[in-house]
Unconditional design. Sequence first.
Length: 256
Amino acid sequence: MLGLTVDEVQEFISRLAMVSESAPQQQTLSDPTDAPDRAPAHAPTGDPAHAPTGDPAGDRARIALLSALESLKAAAAAAQARIAVEFDRSQRHAQREAGVPSAKVGVGIAEQIALARRESPTRGSRLLGLAKALVHELPHTLAALSAGEVSEWRATIIAQATAVLSAEDRQAVDARLAGRLGAMADRQVRAAALAAAYELDPRSVVDRAAYAVTQRRVTLRPAPDTMAYLTALLPAAQAVAVFAALHGAAGAARAE
């Protein structure tokens, strides 16, 4: 049903692990039968005009391979999204069949996805939400992701910018952006998605601001050398007030 097995993926990962950091060495002698004491074709002569010029053909191949691997990452993210949605559907069905109360159907699914993707439970929940949006409401973005034309982050930007829209309006924005994403930067993608969303539903701007407030939070993460990162996501006015209070307290402490 999946069209791809774990063994096939593991085999491909093994092949990627063997990618060399440099292209195979090229023959430096003018002819393989030349005598060993003959000077290499690119031997330094002291004349800048005859200095080694690098490996233009090899470098072009390396850049092309980097681009192809980036497309591969995007296509893999699209596959993960489709698999996550199917896993969610299957698990919910199994839970209902097992008599799990409706209010608890779906519990634990995001955590399993997070574990499989080596992410935190919170991140796993967001990835599942993104997967559902792509599969059910953003088919053109999913197609671009599958084709390796956009990154998972760029797909996330579109999902975030359209999160407060109805399914119908979200699909309309998705259709408007179709075919344009590969040539746009992240800021342009976000601006285009927001502009389209506003045109379809002006109230979405107000709704988005209200939704953003619900996402406010303060987090604490460890840092090296017994330090830590204290991060706050706040409405702008509150953030300015907090910064002013901390700045004032720091100034007073230095003055003592």
